[in-house]
Design a protein around this ligand. Structure first.
Ligand SMILES: Cc1ncc(C[n+]2csc(CCOP(=O)(O)OP(=O)(O)O)c2C)c(N)n1
Length: 308
């Protein structure tokens, strides 16, 4: 969680320095969800995320070097510098994106889950999206088929309260989104996402259910992003008091307090911090020095040979 937090803080800094182009959506405040989810995965499981994707990729084991180099548009990035912040990809680890179209990837996740069912393997697919995405047509289509075919998937709504600057109360007649699950013939669950252990336990039950072949679950996790929607968001739609209040539930603070309460050694906690700082420093150095994305790689991904 600390690695994700520090990665995001430093990527924000690099963005402000003009080293990162395009969009940059930070996961600060939501780290507990990615980390809990990644801790439940087995080889062959697949994960889909929105454009707010760095944290999930890092939690799944992507190296900070490959992640930072991607943000810097470098050839050693996880998508060879062609995707940038919104399009991380790491097929070897089962991280199947990084998607920019709100709600569009839910159908892709259903497809990946269908593959597991079709082959009769006990792998699961996790699909993350924001609360805004639950109003999108593609979400409805994918959820409906996932429920009908009892696909081995867990659909995880990270409800961080705002879709860009719009609060849920202005876009949905429901305040409890988990009731949507009933409309798709699957169970729903709803809980706060600030305590990484609690998230792991509740997500774990849904993942196991999917592995047993009992079908998908829709989960709404209450969370909060501490930064703007993206780097271009001045955040005028919320007060600083609201933000400060929410920071009291910082998942990293909760985890650190828990570790202390249960007798973790202070030196061990400091060692984690040092290790993270080293990893972030190495990632930044790598990203600065790596060669830029290559034109021939880009062309090879958009046209077939005969049209080049
Ligand atoms: C189909 C589509 N419509 C609009 C956008 C522009 N857009 C990007 S993010 C976003 C808000 C999404 O909010 P939410 O689903 O709650 O996710 P969050 O960013 O809060 O994680 C919008 C409207 C888009 N990318 N795709």
């Amino acid at each position: 969680m600390l690695l994700i937090r520090r990665f995001e803080e430093e990527s924000a800094r690099a963005y402000a320095q003009g080293k990162i182009g395009g969009f940059l959506h930070l996961y600060i405040g939501q780290e507990s969800i990615a980390v809990a989810a990644a801790s439940l995965l087995r080889e062959g499981d697949t994960v889909f995320q929105t454009y707010r994707d760095h944290g999930t990729a890092l939690a799944m084991g992507m190296s900070p070097e490959a992640a930072m180099a991607e943000l810097f548009g470098k050839d050693t990035g996880c998508s060879r510098g062609l995707g940038g912040s919104m399009h991380f990809f790491d097929a070897a680890r089962g991280f199947l994106g990084g998607w920019g179209i709100v709600g569009g990837h839910v159908a892709l996740a259903a497809g990946a889950a269908f593959r597991n069912k079709y082959l009769g393997v006990d792998n699961v697919t996790l699909c993350f999206f924001g609360e805004g995405a639950t109003n999108i047509g593609g979400f409805h289509e994918a959820m409906s088929l996932a429920g009908l075919w009892k696909l081995p998937a867990v659909f995880i709504c990270e409800n961080n309260q705002y879709a860009m600057g719009t609060p849920l109360s202005r876009t949905s007649p429901l305040s409890d989104l988990s009731v949507k699950a009933a409309g798709y013939g699957m169970p729903g669950d709803r809980f706060e996402g600030y305590d990484v252990e609690l998230v792991r336990e509740r997500l774990g039950a849904a993942v196991e259910r999917a592995r047993r072949g009992e079908g998908p679950t829709f989960i709404e996790i209450e969370t909060y992003r501490f930064r703007g929607h993206s780097m271009s968001d001045p955040g005028k739609y919320r007060t600083s008091e609201e933000l400060e209040e929410r920071k009291k539930k910082d998942p990293i603070r909760i985890a650190r307090d828990r570790l202390r309460e249960t007798g973790a050694d202070e030196a061990a906690l400091e060692a984690i911090e040092d290790e993270v700082e080293e990893a972030i420093e190495a990632a930044l150095k790598h990203a600065e020095e790596a060669p830029p994305a290559k034109e021939e790689v880009m062309m090879s991904t958009v046209t077939v040979e005969e049209f080049r």
